[in-house]
Design a protein around this ligand. Structure first.
Ligand code: UDP
Length: 358
């Protein structure tokens, strides 16, 4: 199959601004290449694909980023800036897709989804977020009624955010296992990984660290400086150890040393890449029972699920984290979320989409 991928219109690949989509795209490219497919990626200028993905052809587009939907009001209109990066990527994608089998869109935005209605090229969409915008949800509903196969979701809970989707196609996510090394030590620090932004609920993890009189190690791109400062000032100095955004190989080394990862989203997280990255290193995860994390974590086997927003619940599970066998964590990833498993699911789905256009 010849597959053309459109990346996120927020930040170049490798910047961290695109959140989990950056890693998902790289995992997918790696899985598709290993299955023998040909892959081209349309991405913002300066983007880099991970090591091992050199066989994928990268096409650069310049332009203005989109504003992320999770930081706009639910009823905000679509804004397409002058010299739009998204429009440039869609244009280039459609051009190349003329000689390909399918255009696979990984941006959560209006324009590529709307194009599905107006062009006879198969455009498939990996929806990377829950319902964050009325205009996008209404458009998905409209396109879904004509092309029910063209959308895939990472988790069932995420798909439930779109109640008009009757039989959601769930593809999970994939992780290149060689990139993560198992670490068995159970005496490490508390860890937290993610974009530093209000929907990620870092303050609840800081609460736990403070109650235990420990430091919380935090890795990730600071998307919202005001929010980060507010948390920093709400807890005794030094509670948070700000460690910045690291590339996967560095991140996994540090993450693997942790005795537990706290994952505290306040929104309906579509999947939660960082959870699986921690599990792949043998690190159990404690999260709230909402969104993707509630489908990934096996309560009592690979971590614990506390009631949503129950910070004391998180704390009580940290106190019994040594009951989790770290080997179970790694094993779950090997059996459920490798790049091959992921790419196979995506290929099966894309075949369905392509057949619809024959
Ligand atoms: N990440 C990273 N380096 C860091 C912190 C985070 O590469 O120092 C990546 C991480 O690997 C993950 C992504 O950032 O793929 C966050 O994705 P997630 O699905 O957890 O949340 P999102 O940001 O998409 O809401």
């Amino acid at each position: 199959m010849r597959i053309v991928l459109i990346s996120t219109p927020i930040g170049f690949l490798g910047s961290g601004k695109g959140g989990g989509v950056e890693l998902t795209l790289n995992s997918l490219v790696s899985g598709l290449l290993s299955l023998g497919h040909s892959v081209e990626v349309i991405a913002p200028r300066n983007s880099k694909l991970n090591k091992g993905n050199e066989k994928a052809k990268l096409h650069f587009v310049e332009g203005e980023d989109q504003i992320s939907w999770q930081h706009q009001n639910y009823n905000s209109p679509v804004i397409i800036p002058d010299n739009s990066l998204l429009a440039g990527m869609v244009e280039k994608g459609l051009d190349i897709a003329n000689q390909a089998d399918v255009l696979l869109n990984m941006s959560y935005d209006w324009l590529p989804i709307w194009m599905t209605l107006n062009i006879n090229i198969p455009i498939a969409h990996i929806i990377s977020m829950g319902s964050e915008s009325s205009v996008i949800s209404n458009l998905i509903s409209k396109v879904y009624s004509k092309h029910p196969n063209n959308f895939a979701f990472h988790s069932k809970t995420q798909a439930n955010d779109y109640p008009f989707i009757k039989k959601p196609i769930i593809i999970g996510n994939g992780f290149k296992l060689d990139n993560y090394i198992f670490q068995g030590s159970m005496n490490g620090p508390l860890g937290w990984v993610g974009r530093v932004a209000p929907e990620k609920g870092l303050e609840d993890a800081a609460y736990v660290a403070n109650k235990l009189g420990e430091k919380l190690r935090v890795w990730g791109f600071i998307e919202d400086e005001t929010y980060a400062l507010k948390i920093e000032q709400s807890f005794p100095k030094g509670t948070i150890d700000w460690l910045g955004f690291l590339a996967t190989d560095e991140l996994q080394k540090e993450l693997g040393k942790c005795r537990v990862l706290l994952n505290t989203p306040k929104w309906n997280e579509a999947y939660g890449n960082v959870i699986v990255e921690a599990l792949a290193c043998g690190v159990p995860v404690i999260a709230y029972k909402r969104g993707g994390p509630s489908e990934i974590i096996r309560h009592g086997q690979t971590g614990y699920l506390a009631d949503p927003d129950d910070k004391k619940g998180l704390l009580s599970y940290v106190e019994i984290i040594e009951k989790i066998n770290r080997k179970n964590c790694r094993e779950w990833v090997e059996n459920n979320a490798s790049t091959d498993i992921f790419a196979n699911k995506v290929v099966n789905w894309l075949n369905k989409v392509i057949n619809e256009y024959k």
